[in-house]
Structure formats: structure tokens, C-alpha cells
Design a protein around this ligand. Structure first.
Ligand code: MF3
Ligand code: CO
Ligand code: CO
Length: 256
């Protein structure tokens, strides 16, 4: 699959989809409390997307995924399946990953939430993971290479004694959920594809408190850390502009 460069008209549709995805994350925030189940969070997001935004929840039925959002709690790295049996408790950390389709274009974004009082070590993992995403966003412009993105993320993660998940990566995005190129969150400077104006892709680093190895659960979707330790992830959809980057899924008041 080739990398597609988006026209101004396509970028405008990506902007709309990205903003709508961000709005789902803003909407769900007050509901993320001890006692709520991830299945209920899925329901609230599904109804908001379908009935209020008139967007399509991209995960639903995507390669057989059974729900409308991904909810990844504690040692779950990504692709957690919402369930009414999974009730959040004080001290949990979780990632909610939202992907909407609007007018044929995709917007994909995720953030971490803390349930009640979260241990200091977990707060730190979440903070460093977000810093990794922001450091990567801040170097994006035409002429840099994908390896530069991977390198800056890996550098900051490992400087803080965390590991970067190898088995899952960011991706091109547009009229499909996952397009070329693959955006690895580790790598060497000055290697890989050179970025050009009009490229749209996600950066979505997953950092583990322990080792980077993952295991897939028997449900075929839920990815956990192999050592059972915590994992965190943040994701944005970006566009490469003439002289820098546009964060298509930026939330209100977010600064990077
Ligand atoms: N939103 C995820 C990503 O960032 C993909 C989820 S696929 C699903 O690429 F099927 F699990 F929803
Ligand atoms: Co993504
Ligand atoms: Co996502």
C-alpha cells in the first residue's frame, strides 16, 4: 500500500473527523470513575458517536472487534475489549482509544485516565508516555524521517527506565483505519521514510513500566504486558504541513 498525500479538501475532512474523535474523549471524562464498567463507557461513547455526532465508531466489527471503543486497564497495553464485567476501581489507570469515521475519513486518538487516587509510579509512567508523544509531535515537519520519530520516543522512554512496546505501532490514516506507513516508536535517527507535506498518520507510543514484551489474550484482541506490569499509551492523528505539523485530534486547551 502506498502512502497517500492528502489534498486541502481531504485535510479539511480529516480535521473534522479528528475534532470529533477528540470530543468523544472530552465527553467521556466525567464518567471515568470507580464503580463504572468499561462496558458502560463503551455504551455512552457509542450512543454519543452514533446519535449525537452522527459518526461511525470505527472499531465496531473491525476485523471482528466486538465493541465501539478500546479500553485498556492497568497491564493491558492496547485493544482492551469493553465489558460490563470489568468494573473500574480506585487506583486503576486506563487508556480509552476512540476512532470515528465522518464523511469517509478517520480520526484516531487516545488518552490515559486515572481512577481516583493512583500511585505515584503510575502517574509518572503516564506523564513520561505523554511527553514521548509530545516530543515526537514537536519534531514533525517535512524533511524529517520516521526513524527520527522512533528515536526521540525511545530515547525519552529509556532515559526514564521504561521500555517501548515493539509489537504495535502508529500508522498512516485517511479513508482507511490503517494505511502506510508504519510509524515505529523506536528507531535510529536519519533512517526510514522522509516526511512530506500532506502525509497524515498517528503517533501512539505504548510504554511499559517493565519489559517491552507483550502477550495476546485468548479473546484474540486484548494485549497485555508479558510481565504483568503497567502500560500507558497516548495517541494523536497528525498532518504534516508546509513547515511543521497540525494535530488533528487536539483537545481543547491541550498544549504540546
Ligand atoms: N485505535 C487503534 C489504533 O490506534 C486500533 C484499534 S483496532 C480495534 O490503531 F479493532 F481494536 F478497535
Ligand atoms: Co491508531
Ligand atoms: Co487508536
Amino acid at each position: 500500500m502506498a502512502v497517500t498525500l492528502k489534498t486541502a479538501e481531504e485535510l479539511e475532512k480529516m480535521r473534522v473527523a479528528g475534532r470529533l474523535a477528540a470530543e468523544v474523549l472530552e465527553m467521556i471524562e466525567p464518567y471515568v470513575v470507580a464503580g463504572v464498567s468499561t462496558g458502560e463507557l463503551d455504551n455512552i461513547c457509542h450512543n454519543y458517536m452514533v446519535n449525537e455526532q452522527h459518526t461511525i465508531p470505527a472499531p465496531l466489527n473491525y476485523r471482528g472487534f466486538p465493541k465501539s471503543i478500546c479500553t485498556s486497564v492497568n497491564q493491558v497495553v492496547c485493544h482492551g475489549i469493553p465489558s460490563t464485567k470489568k468494573v473500574l476501581k480506585n487506583g486503576d489507570i486506563l487508556n480509552i482509544d476512540i476512532t470515528v469515521i465522518k464523511d469517509g475519513y478517520f480520526g484516531d486518538t487516545s488518552k490515559m485516565f486515572c481512577v481516583g487516587d493512583v500511585p505515584e509510579h503510575a502517574v509518572r509512567l503516564i506523564k513520561v508516555t505523554q511527553e514521548c508523544l509530545y516530543k515526537a509531535i514537536n519534531i514533525v515537519r517535512p524533511g524529517i524521517r520516521l526513524g527520527d520519530i522512533g528515536h526521540i520516543i525511545q530515547q525519552h522512554a529509556e532515559a526514564n527506565y521504561y521500555s517501548v512496546v515493539r509489537d504495535y505501532c502508529g500508522h498512516g490514516i485517511g479513508t482507511e483505519f490503517h494505511q502506510d506507513p508504519q510509524v515505529l516508536h523506536f528507531g535510529k535517527p536519519d533512517t526510514g521514510m522522509t516526511l512530506q507535506q500532506g502525509m497524515t498518520f498517528t503517533i501512539e507510543p505504548m510504554l511499559n513500566a517493565g519489559k517491552y514484551h507483550t502477550k495476546l489474550k485468548k479473546d484474540g484482541w486484548t494485549v497485555e504486558t508479558r510481565d504483568g506490569r503497567l502500560s500507558a499509551q497516548w495517541e494523536h492523528t497528525l498532518a504534516v504541513t508546509a513547515d511543521g505539523v497540525e494535530v488533528l485530534t487536539a483537545r481543547t486547551d491541550e498544549q504540546w
